[in-house]
Design a protein. Structure first.
Length: 124
């Protein structure tokens, strides 16, 4: 059995898997594998109308798959942002190091921290 790809006739590779005959259609260095059952024609065996219908279904499947992937990525990103918002609020409500040092009675350490932050331009 042979299949035509890009105006080339390529012999089908033998191999039976679950009743399907698997054909490897090679195009240059890129190979694609097509699973085919004898009662389902390949694209090159279909008339123009059948090929248009098959390609339309394929395109609809690709578009649906892309949309599903986008929804999944958006859901994952929303979960990441929710986690970050929660932790950023937690961090923002925590007193800074100098304030904690003052609370412990380490006023010199607190002042050194404030001076260092000001020297590095982190605070005004």
């Amino acid at each position: 059995m042979t299949a035509t790809v890009s105006n080339k006739t390529v012999p089908a590779r033998s191999g039976i898997s679950g009743g399907d005959q698997t054909k490897s259609l090679g195009v240059g260095n890129v190979g694609s594998t097509v699973s085919h059952t004898e009662d389902i024609p390949l694209l090159h065996q279909m008339n123009a109308r059948g090929r248009r219908i098959a390609e339309a279904y394929y395109e609809a499947g690709v578009v649906a798959g892309i949309e599903m992937g986008r929804r999944q990525v958006e859901a994952e990103e929303e979960a990441r942002w929710a986690w970050m918002r929660e932790h950023i609020r937690s961090i923002a409500s925590t007193p800074d190091y100098a304030t904690l040092a003052d609370r412990r009675g380490q006023h010199q350490r607190a002042q050194r921290q404030r001076d260092l932050l000001q020297q590095r331009g982190i605070v005004a």
